[in-house]
Design a protein around this ligand. Structure first.
Ligand code: MG
Length: 459
């Protein structure tokens, strides 16, 4: 039911009000007479799901505080700051408008991990909800606490220069808050797609090279310093540089990680197994340590906490700043990036130019949901044989071999019947060579598995 980003699905197909009531009752069963904050992004189905969740919570005696439309990081921050027992965010992040989802946050603003989500799932499956007597039903309050989040961001930095920024919330949850924050920081702000709209008429809620073409054009035409775009719920950010170029996610992440380490005079930073090796190149060149985690921001957050790391992020634009809270925060990331540019006296393209550009190739291989895990488990030996001079092997998420001039990662998709094959090489030629060998290894294991099931006689 729950994945690495909570519960997600197509409205009224996978995700119905009925299911949302049961999620509310299951969480209410765990929280009891505690307090839960609820917020949502701008999706058309947001209020419907919110009302269903609230009904379930109230039935279990929970005090509910509805905060309206907010970015996910704001809900996570407020949950911790105002000491709620949990936060519930109604969002499907960067997914298309027909999707929605429910993400649960802990007291400290960290997303529920697998174990906690399993507990909720079990209660839903068993139907063992702890409903209270009528006189003990929870109460519901509505309010706006967004100013506390805005203040947190504003207090975290001061800008000396009057930056010219073009902000693109994509009609999502950052629509009001993000332009306001940049204005208060003294920037000259132009904004596009700032009318909250659950149909996302301006662009896809997923910021990428394709969806940000119009923003890139505006940045170039206005001669602005930077273009800043968020995903539907504002935990991710993508950048356009002063030349109107889309800024590579991996390289800007690596450049910013190095910047944080220079300021903190060393320490560790965390990222997932899919991030480019330019991350190590930047971090290790200044004496920092890299922790690689499973794919999913909650794993990066866990690693930051466990190892006391100073910064972490994933190359989808989800950056975590543990000094402030443990939820990826697009708005905070973009303001801190401006501050980093100012401190280093660089334009965005100059800041990223220091990071080496390598070649990444990604291939998805269709594969049954059960077979994908078996194949990933079995492919390790054959990969090691195919790359006899590999430097290191990691099984943090799938199998990842570090090579002299690149790396290869084979992992099962968490959500789709796919094996994801990612390789990186110092040059495109190297990347292609690694991909050919890795693909051959995966295919051989898959064929072996197929012929096994033919011979087993199970029909
Ligand atoms: Mg998101």
């Amino acid at each position: 039911m729950f994945g690495t980003s909570g519960l997600r699905g197509i409205i009224n197909a996978d995700l119905t009000p009925n299911l949302a009531v049961r999620v509310g009752m299951a969480l209410g069963t765990v929280i009891g007479t505690g307090k839960v904050f609820v917020a949502r992004d701008t999706r058309a189905s947001g209020l419907m799901l919110e009302n269903a969740l609230v009904a379930g919570l109230v039935a279990c005696g929970v005090e509910v505080y509805c905060l309206g439309v907010l970015p996910t990081p704001a809900l996570a921050y407020l949950t911790g700051r105002l000491r709620a027992d949990a936060g519930l965010m109604v969002t499907a992040s960067h997914n298309p408008p027909q999707y929605n989802g429910i993400k649960i946050f802990e007291k400290d603003g960290m997303a529920y991990d697998e174990e906690r989500q399993k507990k909720i799932e079990k209660i839903i499956e068993s139907g063992g909800f702890r409903l209270v007597e009528w006189r003990n039903l929870g109460r519901v309050e509505y309010g706006d606490e967004s100013q506390l989040y805005v203040d947190m961001v504003l207090k975290s930095l001061r800008l000396g220069k009057r930056w010219q920024v073009v902000v693109d919330p994509g009609c999502g949850a950052t629509s009001h808050i993000a332009p306001e924050i940049f204005k208060k920081l003294g920037c000259e702000v132009k904004a596009v797609n700032v009318q909250p709209d659950g149909f996302f008429p301006g662009r896809s809620p997923e910021p990428n090279t394709e969806s940000l073409k119009p923003l890139a054009k505006v940045v170039k035409e206005l001669g602005a310093d930077v273009g800043i775009a968020y995903d539907g719920d504002g935990d991710r950010v993508a950048f356009i540089d002063e030349n109107g170029g889309f800024v590579d996610f991996d390289r800007v992440l690596a450049a910013y990680a190095a910047h944080v380490l220079k300021r903190s005079k060393g320490g560790a930073v965390a990222t997932n197994v899919e991030t480019s090796m330019c991350f190590e190149k930047m971090v290790e060149s200044i004496g920092g340590k890299v922790i690689r985690t499973k794919v999913g921001d909650v794993y990066v957050a866990e690693a930051l906490k466990k190892f006391g790391a100073v910064f972490g992020g994933e190359p989808c634009g989800a950056w975590i700043h543990p000094k402030h809270h443990y939820c990826p925060d697009g708005i905070l990331s973009s303001t801190l990036l401006l501050k980093a540019l100012e401190d280093e006296g660089k334009s965005l393209s100059e800041f990223v130019a220091e990071v080496p550009a390598y070649s990444v190739i990604r291939r998805n291989i269709r594969c049954g949901n059960e077979a994908k895990y078996v194949i990933v488990e079995r492919v390790r030996g054959l990969l090691e044989e195919s790359f006899p001079d590999y430097k290191e092997v990691s099984t943090v998420d799938g199998v990842r071999l570090s090579l002299k001039d690149g790396w290869v990662l084979v992992r099962a998709s968490g959500t789709e019947p796919l094996i994801r094959l990612t390789v990186e090489g110092e040059s495109l030629k190297t990347a292609k060579r690694i991909m050919d060998k890795a693909l051959a290894a995966v295919k051989r294991v898959a064929e072996g598995l197929e012929s096994e099931s033919c011979c087993s006689g199970s029909g």
